[in-house]
Every structure is written in structure tokens, then in C-alpha cells.
Design a protein around this ligand. Structure first.
Ligand code: FDA
Length: 396
């Protein structure tokens, strides 16, 4: 038997559930389906279980896309405060942790419950553990064959996310459907992901594993991110590196400023005058964990244990320059296994920036992470999920 609905949404993640509540609230017979056992699992694990659900500094420049203008309309029409208003309506509260990042006080399970309640109260349906076999278009409707039977829908909204964390059920379905209907897909790549090294740095970083430093990290293209960096067994992680990773391309270096906002040359030459018997390692250990200080002194100075008084100003300036612009060439990233998001995706050229509807196939929509719009770390990706879902939810 074929079930007929007005709006069928593939994917019960952040974008799919939120969109379903809005189409159902407009009176559309809405069904959301997902192959997972539980809905919105990425919301559950997000923000360390506290769901960093938006960012107060949301603006289009915090998103990567081949078309930097595409996200503007949706982001302007559904803002972080709109989502906060919805949270407040459900008696949920939040706090700002840092850099505009809002976390839910009641933990991520409460955000999922809110999304499910919204869908349910609006009359939308939800089917989990449903495998999607085929999607076809015939007689002015979409026909989706699933493990739970066939579904006929006037509007089809694809919200099955990107490729990050396959263990959690990520698949390429959105890209497959996009290609099937003639859409281009910008090569998906892991983003917000640790960087790994295979050269001498790997063993050096392994010996520093667990140490954090406040740095500014920058890929060749893209802005610098002043946040923490963490040494790992295989390379570098921490928010500054995750942010830079989204802009990083294979073969390119990343630049690390180990003393952001400081004039390292002036600091070292002043220190040389004030404490000429201090070694560079000892000087650096006032700024970094001692193991890291020794490593940097050995890497950047010809005689790290010589007293500063015996080191020429030129050598100190060279060390300062290296500290401010440490050039590292990653061998790769930790890949889909740990990437928080997927950069690239359904090419925005084929979509309406107002409604997320396909320009090729009327009635077909893409929302959330599957589109070539990728936010910075810090709540931006959920804000994109809400905003793109709201845009489609007005019309689909
Ligand atoms: P999402 O991935 O949420 O949902 C897609 C749904 O489609 C899933 O339920 C999946 O099961 C289903 N699906 C996939 N393939 C299917 C198929 N073939 N058939 C049927 N169903 C299928 N962002 C942020 O802003 N703040 C944060 O704190 C975090 N934290 C965070 C932590 C970790 C560990 C990760 C991995 C990610 C984050 N993110 C984040 C990113 C954020 O989770 C992500 O951008 C959104 O969940 C994207 O929402 P979507 O609804 O587009 O996809």
C-alpha cells in the first residue's frame, strides 16, 4: 500500500525534524523518515552533550561555501534569537560559554525532545528504522520506496546530512539524490577535523601529546583562529586547529602563531637585558608547558640552553619569527571517522537561496549539512540547520 503525504522529509536529524514541525504547522501532511534507531543522534552528542545550538555572532562570513552569498537570505530570516525564543517557549534555558556559543542548560536530550514535541504537536509523523531504497519522480509526485512500504509525496525534502562519522549512520544519500536529479555536488571533504603528520613532527607531537597552548592557527586561505591547540598522538587538534582544518587543502601548510597578540622579538630582547642568565627554554616555560617550551627552544634556537645574554639579537629575532609563524605541513586529516562536519556538498548554484528548492526539479529541496554551506566551530552548523530548514519549511 502506498502512503500519500504532502511533504516527505528524508532524515530525522536537526534540520529534518525542525523542518517537519514547520511544514506540519502549515497544515501540510508531513512525514519524516530515517534509517536510524533514534532521531537526531548528532544533536545528542553535540557540544559534549550540552548542544551548542547556535552562535550569537552568526553572520555569513562564518560559513564556507563556493558561493559565500548563498546562506545570507536564510540566515537573515531565521536568527539565533528565533531559536532562543523557541527554546524559552519550551522552558529551556541556555548560557554563553565563549565567543557567542550558546549551550543548553538542560543538555542535548532536552533539545531533541523539543524538536520531537514540535513535530508531534504540529501533527507531523516520524518513522525510524526505515531504509530508503529508491527515489523516483512520476506523475507530478515523488515516489519513495522504503523498507516500510512506498510513499508518495508532492514535496521531497532531503535532510540526510553529510558523510561525517559513518558509525553514526552518515551516508551519501543526499548527494546521490542530488546527482540523480542533475545537481552538481562540490567534492565533500572532512572539516572541523584534527590534522595528522607522518614526518618527524609525528613522533615529536606524540611526545607532547595532551599539552594545550593558546595559539592562532591559519590555513593558507581563510582567517586565523585564536583559540586552544592540542597536541595528539598523531598530530594536532583543539578548536584553533579544527577551525583551520575546514580551510586546509592537501599539500598546503598551516601557520601557527604560538604567541598571538604578543611582540615576541621585543619580549625576548627585553628579557635578555633584564635576565641575561636565563635560557631560552626557561624563558619559553613562562609561556608554555615545560615539555613544549624545551621542544620549541630546541626547534627554533641553535643553542636552546645557552644563556640569553650569549645569544645575538639576530638569533633571538629569528626565534621570535619562528614562534610567530610556525609553518607545518600536515600529511592529512583524521578523516570522516572524527570530522565534526562535511565541507562541500550539494552545489548551491542549483538551489534557491530563499527556499532551498531545486532549480532543476520543482518540489525537491535540500536542507542542512548536505548543502555546500559549512559553519565554523561553535554552534554555526546548527544555526544553518535551523535557518535552511525554516526557509524550506515556509513553502514545502
Ligand atoms: P544530521 O546528520 O544531524 O541528520 C541526518 C539524518 O539523516 C540522521 O538522523 C541520519 O540517520 C539520517 N540519514 C543519513 N543517511 C540516511 C539514509 N541513507 N537513509 C535514511 N536516513 C539517513 N554543530 C553545532 O552547531 N554545534 C555543536 O555543538 C556541534 N557538535 C557536534 C559534535 C559532533 C561529535 C559532531 C559529529 C557534529 C557536531 N556538530 C555541531 C555538527 C552538527 O551536528 C551537524 O552540522 C548537524 O547535525 C547537521 O544537521 P542535519 O540535520 O543536516 O544532519
Amino acid at each position: 500500500m502506498t502512503v500519500a503525504v504532502d511533504t516527505l522529509i528524508l532524515g530525522a536529524g536537526a534540520a529534518g525534524l525542525f523542518c517537519g514541525a514547520r511544514t506540519a504547522a502549515r497544515g501540510q501532511r508531513t512525514l519524516v523518515i530515517d534509517h536510524a534507531r533514534k532521531p537526531a543522534e548528532k544533536v545528542r552528542i553535540s557540544g559534549g552533550g550540552r548542544c551548542n545550538f547556535t552562535n550569537l555572532d552568526t553572520n555569513p562570513s562564518a560559513f564556507l561555501s563556493n558561493n559565500p552569498h548563498f546562506a545570507k537570505s536564510a540566515l537573515a530570516r531565521y536568527t539565533p534569537w528565533d531559536f532562543c525564543t523557541l527554546m524559552a517557549h519550551h522552558n529551556l534555558s541556555w548560557h554563553e560559554k565563549t565567543l557567542g556559543q550558546l549551550f543548553c542548560d538542560q543538555k542535548s536530550g532536552a533539545v531533541i525532545k523539543m524538536l520531537l514535541d514540535e513535530l508531534d504537536q504540529a501533527g507531523g509523523g516520524l518513522r525510524l528504522e526505515t531504509t530508503i531504497n529508491t527515489v523516483a519522480r512520476a506523475a507530478n509526485a515523488f515516489h519513495v520506496s522504503t523498507s516500510g512500504g512506498d510513499i508518495r509525496a508532492e514535496h521531497l525534502i532531503v535532510a540526510t546530512g553529510g558523510l561525517s562519522i559513518p558509525k553514526m549512520g552518515a551516508t551519501s544519500l543526499a548527494y546521490d539524490i542530488a546527482r540523480q536529479f542533475g545537481h552538481a555536488v562540490v567534492d565533500p571533504r572532512p572539516a572541523l577535523v584534527p590534522l595528522i603528520f607522518t614526518d618527524d613532527h609525528q613522533s615529536a607531537f606524540a611526545s607532547l601529546s595532551g599539552i594545550a597552548a593558546s595559539v592562532q592557527a591559519k590555513a593558507e586561505t581563510g582567517p586565523g583562529f585564536a583559540e586552544n591547540m592540542l597536541f595528539t598522538h598523531r598530530g594536532l587538534s583543539g578548536p584553533a586547529i579544527l577551525q583551520a582544518s575546514s580551510y586546509w587543502r592537501a599539500g598546503e601548510p598551516v601557520s601557527i602563531d604560538l604567541l598571538p597578540g604578543q611582540n615576541a622579538a621585543a619580549w625576548l630582547t627585553d628579557l635578555k637585558s633584564a635576565q641575561p642568565r636565563l635560557t631560552l627554554s626557561a624563558a619559553l616555560s613562562t609561556q608554555f608547558a615545560s615539555r613544549l617550551a624545551s621542544f620549541l627552544a630546541a626547534a627554533f634556537a641553535p643553542a636552546p640552553d645557552a644563556p640569553l645574554g650569549s645569544v645575538s639579537n639576530r638569533q633571538l629575532e629569528a626565534a621570535a619569527k619562528a614562534l610567530g609563524d610556525w609553518q607545518l605541513r600536515p600529511a592529512g586529516t583524521e578523516g570522516w571517522r572524527t570530522a565534526e562536519v562535511t565541507a562541500g556538498g550539494v552545489d548551491t548554484d542549483g538551489l534557491s537561496s530563499r527556499t532551498m528548492e531545486s532549480k532543476i526539479m520543482p518540489g525537491l529541496y535540500f536542507i542542512g549539512e548536505c548543502i555546500d554551506v559549512t559553519g565554523w566551530l561553535g554552534g554555526y552548523n546548527f544555526q544553518w540547520a535551523w535557518a535552511s530548514a525554516a526557509a524550506a519549511g515556509e513553502v514545502a
